[in-house]
Every structure is written in C-alpha cells, then in structure tokens.
Unconditional design. Structure first.
Lengths: 328, 205
C-alpha cells in the first residue's frame, strides 16, 4: 500500500498545479482564491481518500499474506479536488461518518449507518439563518421529489455533500453555473440507472420531452431546469419547490417579457444596477440576450419620435392636399 | 403604359404580405407582456410565424435579386451619380411645395425611368441595404449558435438583435411612407391599381 506521505505529496502537487480558481462573490463583491484552502483534516481524511479517492485501491490480505488490488464501487469514489472545493471542504470525514470507519476492513453494520440530511446540521442554527434552511425544507416537502422520499430520495440526491458547492451565488460565470446546476437534475433525469432507483416510470428522453421548445439548445445553455420547473420564491436563495410537470412554465412570455421571471430566479443575485445602459432587465445582457425582456428604452423613445415625426409629415401633407383640392 | 411585368407584381404582392406578417409578429415579440394582449400575437405563435414567414421572404428576396439581374427591371435600381443631390432636392421640393402649386412632375414616369430619384434611393436602401441586413441578422437569431459570442466585449447576440430590430423599424417606416406616396398618383388609388394590373396610369401629380 502506498504510504500516506506519498499521497500527501501527490495531493499537494495537484493543488499547486490546479489553475487558480478565483470566485466572484456577488453578495460581498469580493474575490476569493478558492485554491488557497488547506483542510485542517488533510492528513486525517487521507486515511479514507487513499482507498475512496480513486477507482482502484490496495490493501493487505492477511490470509493471503500479500497486497491485493481491487476496484472501488463508483458511487463510493470521492474526488479529492472536488471535495476540497466543496461547501464541506473543512470537514473531517468522521464528522459525518462513524469513527468505526477508521478500521479496515469496515464493519458490515456500518452500511446501515444513518445519513444526515441538510436540515439535521443546518436547521435551527443562527449561523445559517440567512440561507432559510427551514423554508427550503418546507418547500422540499411540498415538491414532487418529497413523494419519493420513502423510496430513498434525500437532499443528497441533488446535493452530494462530498462535492456539492453553492454555485449561483458565488460564480462569475453564469454559463458554468447553469451547466453545474442542470447536471444535478440530469444526473437522475438523463441517467436511467439513477432514475430507476426512485421510480418505476419508463425511461424519459429529455430532448424529446422538450421538443416544443424553440432553440432548445440555446435554452438549455442559458437557463437552469428549475427556472421553469420550480415555484419562484423571493424569500429563499433558490427555489426547492419542484412542481409536477403539468405546472411547468410553458408560456414563453413568463421569461420573454419586461417583467421576466428570470429576474426573480436566475438573475436574482445580480445587482439590478449592473449593466443597465438604458436596457430593461439589462443585467440579463451580461450573459445572454432574451427577446422581449431586453428592450432599450432609449431606442424605444427614439423610434417613437421618428414614428411620430413621419405621421406628422404625412398628416401635414394630406392636409395641404385636401386644402388644395378644395381651392381648385 | 405597361410598367410592371407579371414576375414583379407576383414578387411584390408576396413581399407585401410577408413583410406585414413579419412586422406584426416582430412587434408582438418585442413588446410581449406576461398578460395576453388583444393587440399582439402570443409570443410562441409570433415566433413560429415570424420564422416561417422569414424563410419564405428569403426565397422571395432571392427571386427579386435574380429577376433584377436577369431582366431589364434591374436598371431602375441603378443610382445615377450625376446630379444625384440636385435631383433629390428637385423631387423633395416638388413633394413639399410644387405639387400643391400645380407644378409638373420633375421626373415623369416612363419606360426608361420607373422611379423618381427619391423613390430610387429609398428603394435601393430598402432592398439592397436594410433588407439584406435584416435577413442576415434574422438568420443569426434563428441560428444563435452561429453568432460570435463576444464582439469588442459586447454579446454578439445583442448586436445582432439590435441590428435586426433597427432594420425592422426602418423598413416599417419605409412601408408607411411607401404606402402614402403610392396615393400620390393620378388618382389616390391609381398607383395601387397599377401594381395589380401592370399598367401605369400617367398624369402623375
């Protein structure tokens, strides 16, 4: 088995060669160097990562008296870089998992370990009050996903605590955020093996289901699934009330209008003053352009002036023509 | 005087209908609101009809350009550099002053000269500048993946869309002026009749 020291060396190397990830915090408008983080539990967590950090692990089989290589079950692989970039990066593995996991081979009973949900740690804590976890929990319980809870649906299905990171509030690249967030949905809704874990429904084809949507690929790249599939709620950071498909937004002008719902969802964390330049919903234009939502008020006024001027000239001309006819 | 051959009349009537649909659906998309309006076409329907009509218009435009290349009709769109501004001024003076004083038309319609200088420059600008720009920017919006992402730091889609709506507005204004000036024939409806029958009624004001 490779030594802990060599793994730490590799990890340090990986961290040093990673491109510096600088995040723009929209709330605080401050720059954060996310690659500078070093976990206080780096060495301790490495005891788990040495097996769970990649697809193959090695252990000593005492009965055989030799090293054995084995494949790690894909669902049990935690990428170190993703973990140390996630919201829970400062955690020790045993903050959430039993200390008994430190022994190898793991006790079979540990498989039955109860997993924490978000609200178990984040609920009722003043420190997290601004994120409204209680309201998020209430929305989740009213959503279509909650009906699947008996079948095993949990917060984890969307927010894997090992790798999940808040995206929309901290990103300076909305397209990446949209991709990240949509992949959370597609992880089940476009992967039948995951989908089957929770439902007996037939396999769904996301592209075929959205056939009616004009410029489908542009929409998929420019908005998150939840823009149309969840209930807008201004009191919580991101809506968790996923509606049944019958209630999904299908009317184009919900977004393609001056009072576009995107301003209450995808763009809610942007400063409304940013990039106005005479445009209604100008903030949308930082990333995209939404017909009907982005109208330039200066162009509107200018076009009305020209239009009025043309009508005035024509009216005057008609007047003089009629007057001349009368005088003939 | 037989002035408008069949192909010109066919192109013109198709162009008129298509442009009208495009203006109505274009305005509906631009000024859509969350609530349905009796004055506007619903967004989804407007997008669908705008796209279909635009594709037909492109074919109709190609027909017009090819027709002008292959037939003598193209000569009417040739701008004469000689006396360009003075001829324009003459025509403007006639429309704004002379016609009310019973003056003769400075550029009477003939087989050699279908358009007066003002008509010629406005038709050339509409058909060979504004409409091609409108078609190109419209194709960009129809296939947004073909539009460059950023142009000098500004979204390519924004530039494309602003160009499209600006050209659309210019052609809408052109249409209003065009329809009005078509009432300036021998009688208010004689020029409209001409583009249907092909025969121009002389003694134009």
């Amino acid at each position: 088995m490779r030594s802990v020291k060599s793994w730490l060396l590799i990890l340090a190397l990986l961290i040093s060669v990673r491109p510096v990830a600088v995040g723009f915090n929209r709330e605080g408008s401050s720059l954060q160097d996310t690659s500078a983080f070093v976990s206080p539990f780096l060495g301790q967590n490495e005891r788990c990562f040495k097996c769970h950090g990649q697809g193959i692990f090695e252990y000593t089989n005492a009965n055989l008296g030799r090293q054995v290589k084995a494949l790690m079950f894909s669902e049990k692989i935690i990428d170190r870089i993703d973990f140390y970039d996630s919201n829970h990066k400062s955690f020790s593995c045993t903050d959430c998992h039993s200390e008994d996991y430190t022994a190898f081979p793991h006790d079979g009973k540990l498989r039955m370990e109860q997993q924490y949900n978000c609200i178990d740690c984040h609920g009722g804590d003043e420190k997290f009050a601004k994120y409204s976890f209680e309201a998020i929990e209430a929305e989740y319980q009213a959503s279509v996903h909650f009906k699947l809870e008996e079948g095993g649906f949990t917060c984890w299905k969307c927010h894997d605590p090992h790798v999940y990171k808040i995206s929309v509030r901290n990103s300076n690249n909305l397209k990446e955020t949209i991709l990240y967030d949509n992949n959370i949905c597609l992880n089940c809704h476009a992967d039948f093996s995951h989908f089957q874990l929770l439902t007996d429904r037939d396999e769904i084809n996301i592209l075929a289901k959205h056939d009616w949507l004009p410029n489908q690929s542009s929409h998929f790249k420019s908005v998150r699934c939840i823009e149309c599939h969840s209930e807008v709620n201004n009191d919580i950071p991101v809506s968790h009330l996923i509606n049944p498909k019958e209630k999904a937004v299908r009317k184009c002008n919900e977004c393609h209008s001056q009072n576009s719902l995107l301003m209450s969802s995808l763009y809610k964390f942007e400063s409304k003053e940013q990039r106005k330049d005479g445009f209604f919903n100008g903030i949308i234009m930082n990333e995209s352009y939404v017909i009907g939502a982005n109208r330039n008020e200066y162009l509107n006024i200018f076009s009305l002036i020209i239009f009025g001027f043309v009508i005035l000239i024509i009216s005057g001309h008609i007047f003089f023509r009629l007057t001349r006819k009368k005088n003939k | 005087m037989y002035l408008y051959p069949v192909w010109v009349r066919l192109w013109h009537v198709f162009n008129a209908v298509l442009i009208l649909i495009l203006i109505i659906t274009g305005i509906s998309m631009q000024y859509t609101g969350k609530a349905e309006s009796a004055l506007l076409v619903g967004f989804a329907r407007a997008v669908k009809w705008h796209n279909i009509t635009a594709i037909i218009l492109i074919f109709n435009y190609v027909f017009f350009v090819v027709g002008n290349i292959l037939t003598a009709n193209g000569k009417y769109y040739m701008i004469e550099k000689r006396n360009f501004f003075s001829d324009l001024l003459k025509q403007l003076k006639y429309y704004s002053w002379g016609m009310f004083r019973g003056e003769k038309h400075p550029f009477p319609v003939s087989i050699e000269r279908k358009f007066n200088p003002l008509q010629r420059i406005s038709y050339v600008l509409a058909m060979y500048v504004a409409l091609p720009l409108l078609i190109i920017s419209g194709l960009g919006l129809l296939f947004p993946e073909t539009v460059i992402n950023r142009f000098f730091g500004i979204s390519g889609l924004i530039i494309t869309d602003i160009l499209h709506i600006t050209m659309g507005f210019c052609l809408s204004v052109f249409l209003i002026v065009h329809i009005y000036t078509c009432t300036l024939g021998a009688r208010p409806f004689s020029l409209f009749r001409g583009i249907i029958t092909g025969y121009h009624e002389s003694d134009e004001h």
